[in-house]
Design a protein around this ligand. Sequence first.
Ligand code: UTP
Length: 294
Amino acid sequence: MAHKPFKAVIPAAGLGTRFLPATKAMPKEMLPVVDKPAIQYVVEEAVSAGIEDVLIIIGRNKNNIANHFDSMPELEVKLREKGDLDRLAKVEHSTDLADIHMVRQGEPKGLGHAVLRARSHVGDHPFAVLLGDDLIDERDPLLTTMLGEYDRHGASVVALMEVDPDQVHLYGVAAVEATDTDGVVKITGLVEKPKKEDAPSNYAVIGRYVLGPEIFDVLEHTEPGKGGEIQLTDALQEQAADPDAGVYGVVFGGRRYDTGDKLDYIKAIVQLASDREDLGAELRPWLKDFAAGL
Ligand code: UTP
């Protein structure tokens, strides 16, 4: 690795309109998935990939996120007095996880705009962008693979997933060509949320990116695109079209949960809870009975 250590950037300043009214006074990244807010899984994923410095882009309702990663002395004292060391460890864990920083995005002008807010903190480090409402199962080490591909190519790397053609209008979609590595493609073009008939493929960009600091210069002049927002996809399209830059895709076939979507959020909770040692043994037979009665 001939570059400075990777940092992580977690944009969490969107309006979360698909989840109203729950997200009226709380960012969707704070919705609990079993017993942890979604964003904690994402911070843990960055830490498991070896990243120690995490910047969260916050919007309105910022205090919820900041408080979660801060220490909570009254609660810690109470738990210690009660001898509830298990819960104490859980409370302290979110504070000790990583070196966490926050920066505000005044107005939600798009994901590209949110990433640009990270510029002064990230400096000349390469960095991973992890969307705070997109969970990758901890058993599938996608981010580690992506960091390795960044090291190999020295170019932007995005995570891709094959989706049903009826779903392409929900994602950035990539035109791709094969490379000599299985599961890694070169991206020749990117379109944000295309109609099914205009989509170059069914390879959808999911919420993980590994970028070099050069992306900030591109974002500085990226005009608002789809939905009037500054789109990260448009900046990546510019890099994909530039022979001196380039963008690679790691095709992910593992477990992903989109907690910004109501139905996927419910599925995520059921799947993760049934896999848990403390809950699964009781939940799985209940689910079977429940499904049999439908
Ligand atoms: P989404 O488009 O999924 O988030 O953005 P949203 O706009 O909050 O959701 P809906 O569609 O209204 O329900 C993807 C990610 O980028 C962040 C969001 O918080 C989410 O993690 N984001 C988006 C920002 O941080 N700032 C923005 O201006 C837009």
